[in-house]
Design a protein around this ligand. Structure first.
Ligand SMILES: Cc1cc2nc3c(=O)[nH]c(=O)nc-3n(C[C@H](O)[C@H](O)[C@H](O)COP(=O)(O)OP(=O)(O)OC[C@H]3O[C@@H](n4cnc5c(N)ncnc54)[C@H](O)[C@@H]3O)c2cc1C
Length: 566
């Protein structure tokens, strides 16, 4: 497993069309150069040139049109989309955002039974269209049930929509926006397409100061026909949640892209900076910071690739992706923040300077844990699996590693994504852990078995399980167990060397100890429970020679291997 280096990226294992898209997109950004990239970011310049690039190479058409609605070049394949996500994050979250909200906006369309709208959408994608997803409203945040956008039937098959939406990406230029609302008479949900170029669509403002356009808009007696309706009632509700269920996966890759570019930039700076007659990268604490940042980044990539396999394997009978996707969204994005924190401590003042990609990264990395469901919401989702993951361990088939081109059609027919989560068979994580043996991995396994006993001893009541404050602490530990499992599954495929695995699990032993201390401080725990928590705190294994070797061969070896064209 390697970190992305766009100037040396070898995508030869992907099909030719995908290789072309990735290379052309890297060229687009490298040709623009860092000075212009940063200047446009500071001036919040709308990225017409990028939309032109997407259009001229038919990129969204190829990557976001399911095979049934396109030609031979199109498929909705999350595996290849990982790489595109990563490249966009690498050069700037604003660029990634127009892609992400298009994916969200297309969700309710591909999910629907409205065949004519789907064919139209394919044509719009072919001619370079981007899309939007109109779920959020200013007053209601995560509370979709509170939506106030209403649709009224004025005569059979004819409707008008009225209401406002807030935080809607691409709301200035989208070919269409999939808008969520309610039937004014019945209060039942409805998804419909609106066109921003219609006179009854009022664009009010961009609510952020940024290159991306995050719109507030109002529909005033916006006319709709039956052909504009995507779904109604329960199907509309399911379409909203199903779309977020797979699209939230992309946030992990945006994070990886941002953190990887920051890593290159920070390492180049620190390794070339001399203080007190020494390169900064020779100070012991700086070595630690870069090594942890590197290990976290590799782990983020490994986990996300493996979670992709589960998404590609998804079916009515295998819904494990409903556990792993929220983890990518929550855990990987928070790990990205950790990476930036490590790197920022290493480069200090340089991280604030206007010519650095890093300066933009410190702002953008914060967005990803908060969007498409906050960390809290995703943690509560993951916690629903506590019993089944740790104790039930119902047998589940091994998921293959999907590397060949394929279309992920199940994602547009997921049905309900919120029911029966506790009964999803998850297999036996301890079996996966038992195949590996490195000093820190073994300490981590001890922590995991102590955690299992702790959860039994905590004997969480129904009331405890709805106490979000307590469950966020419990969930951090559960999350680490699941995170490690998928990383090991990927390691089996990738034949990851044991030094890298040990470096990753060294970080996890420290994180596990930290989270356990946090849990022990929760006021709900009595003294006996607090003491049991503290038994999970372990010191990681450290061998100075091995550490030094790993640092020089894997981490420091990347210095000056990539810098963006000026
Ligand atoms: C730059 C940007 C772009 C965006 N783009 C889009 C877009 O294109 N389309 C779109 O529809 N939306 C978009 N959004 C909206 C985004 O998805 C919302 O920010 C998100 O849904 C959370 O809502 P909120 O931020 O208003 O938080 P709130 O809903 O106000 O939440 C407040 C707090 O309560 C907690 N909370 C709420 N509910 C629960 C719960 N059930 N369990 C536990 N904790 C809970 C949250 O974790 C949070 O800490 C965008 C937002 C931004 C900032």
């Amino acid at each position: 497993m390697e970190l992305l280096n766009p100037k040396r990226a070898d995508y030869s294992f992907l099909d030719l069309e995908t290789q072309g898209i990735l290379k052309e997109t890297i060229n687009f950004f490298e040709k623009k150069g860092k000075a212009k990239l940063k200047d446009e970011d500071h001036k919040a310049v709308w990225y017409d040139d990028f939309l032109h690039h997407l259009k001229s190479h038919k990129i969204f058409y190829q990557l976001l049109t399911p095979t049934t609605y396109g030609d031979k070049t199109t498929r909705f394949d999350n595996y290849r989309n990982c790489y595109f996500n990563e490249v966009l994050g690498f050069y700037g979250l604003s660029y990634w955002y127009t892609w992400q909200v298009s994916i969200l906006g297309l969700g309710p369309i591909w999910n629907s039974k409205n065949e004519s709208r789907k064919k139209e959408t394919s044509e719009e994608l072919k001619s370079g269209g981007v899309f939007g997803f109109g779920l959020s409203e200013r007053e209601h945040g995560a509370d979709l049930i509170g939506s106030e956008m209403v649709v009224s039937e004025v005569s059979p098959g004819k409707y008008i929509a009225n209401g406002k939406k807030y935080y809607i990406g691409n709301g200035n230029v989208a070919s269409s926006i999939s808008v969520f609302g309610k039937n004014s008479k019945t209060g039942k949900f409805i998804f419909f397409s609106v066109r921003p170029n219609h006179p009854n669509y009022k664009l009010i403002q961009n609510v952020v100061f940024s290159q991306k356009f995050v719109a507030e808009f109002e529909l005033k007696d916006y006319p709709l026909e039956e052909s504009d309706i995507l779904s109604k009632d329960r199907e509309a509700w399911d379409a909203a949640l199903a779309t977020v269920a797979y699209a939230k996966y992309n946030l992990g890759w945006a994070t990886i892209g941002i953190a990887t570019h920051s890593f290159h930039e920070a390492l180049n700076h620190s390794s070339n900076r001399r203080l007190f007659n020494s390169a900064v990268t020779e100070f012991p604490h700086i070595k630690g910071l870069f090594t942890d940042a590197y290990a976290r980044l590799i782990a983020m990539r490994m986990f996300s690739f493996r979670a992709c396999d589960y998404m590609k394997a998804a079916s009515e009978t295998d819904r494990r992706y409903l556990l792993f996707n929220p983890m990518v969204k929550m855990k990987v994005t928070m790990q990205g923040e950790e990476v930036i924190n490590h790197l920022w401590d290493a480069i200090a003042a340089r991280g604030f300077e206007k010519d650095m990609y890093f300066e933009m990264a410190t702002r953008d990395i914060r967005m990803l844990p908060k969007l498409e469901g906050t960390v809290h919401i995703n943690m509560m989702l993951v916690n629903q699996f506590l019993q089944s993951y740790l104790f039930d361990k119902k047998p589940a088939p091994k998921v293959p590693f999907f590397k060949e081109p394929s279309n992920d059609s199940f994602l547009f027919q997921q049905g309900t994504t919120t029911k029966g989560l506790k009964n999803i068979p998850l297999g036996d994580y301890e079996e996966v852990y038992s195949k590996f043996n490195t000093p820190n991995l073994n300490i981590f396994r001890e922590q995991l078995s102590a955690y299992k006993k702790l959860v039994e001893y905590l004997d969480l009541s129904k009331e405890d399980q709805t106490d979000i404050d307590l469950m966020l602490n419990v969930g951090e530990l559960l999350t680490l167990a699941i995170y490690g499992q998928l990383i090991l599954e990927y390691a089996e495929y990738d034949k990851t060397d044991s030094e890298t695995l040990d470096a990753i699990f060294k970080v996890f032993v420290k994180d596990f100890s930290r989270y356990t201390v946090q849990l022990s401080l929760n006021h709900k725990l009595n003294v006996a429970k607090q003491e049991l928590c503290l038994k999970l705190v372990k010191q990681p294994h450290h061998d100075e020679d091995e550490f030094e070797k790993f640092y020089r061969n894997k981490v420091l070896a990347l210095k000056d291997s990539y810098s963006m064209n000026p």
